[in-house]
Design a protein around this ligand. Sequence first.
Ligand code: UDP
Length: 313
Amino acid sequence: MVKRALITGGAGFIGSNLCRRLLEEGMEVLAVDNLITGARKNIEGIDDPRFEFVERDARDSLDWVTGRVDYVLHFASPASPPDYIKHPILTLQTGSFATHRALELAYEKKAVFMLASTSEVYGDPEEHPQREEYWGNVNSVGPRSCYDEAKRYAEAAVMAAHRALGQDTRIVRIFNTYGPRMRPEDGRAVTNFLMQAKAGRDVTVYGDGSQTRSFCYISDLVEGIVRLLFSAETRPVNLGNPNEVSILQVARLAIDHLGSASRITHLPLPEDDPRKRKPDITRAKEVLGWEPQVSMEEGFRLTMDYFLSTMGE
Ligand code: UDP
């Protein structure tokens, strides 16, 4: 029988790429999004009668969902630092109320539930690379806390539903990801650097650029998400690219990649900006047989092709 998935945040960067992939898996897909950071254009191109989009806020009741649902994927939330800092209360409510609503729907429908969690649960990590067993180092009152604590709460809610109600749950901890259907103006490092280098503007490195991240291309991430969804793994699983780079290296790579005349300029480092971040993906390798395939050079090319093809829309 054809399976049906409901995905909150279905018009977002990761959500819209995931919708396409679930359709390719032969599923019916119901995408829900309030379009605050998601965009209609991310899903407009989906020409498939098995796809349905409903413009709603994930914090509202899901009572209107009728019929069978086999998978509930809770991917709604602002995720770029400027976005969640602009919408802190919505971000907290999307991690808390909306997670409970999505879990309740999954319970009622006897569906598998998946939470899109984040490497931000590790905060400014004191353990490197980060294993899933690490509990994290998060400032509960800092500017990033609305996102970090919302996702930590959401993980706790999922584990409570799993333990107390026997719900079949998945938690994916997503590390920095980039690729087509990101908003060019989302304020993240990869999008800023590529757009600035393309326009010949100064490339804005915050601080001295020695802080590190590990950037994963979207197709690799989506492959890992689908494998986790279809697995029986109820513990959190890190998905990310273990190729750790400094932000200064990323800025230089973007400039070189585009043959740009842009110069690097340094701006103040945002408060609580994590010093380093790199996933330990041993669990994903062992349980899902997954590891990333796409290099940064290739990923930058594909992302830039997308930005150029959608400019002026
Ligand atoms: N960053 C930067 N210049 C920018 C945007 C971001 O130097 O124009 C830095 C940011 O301070 C952080 C890293 O790049 O150290 C990654 O930022 P991003 O917003 O992409 O994701 P985060 O990992 O902080 O959630």
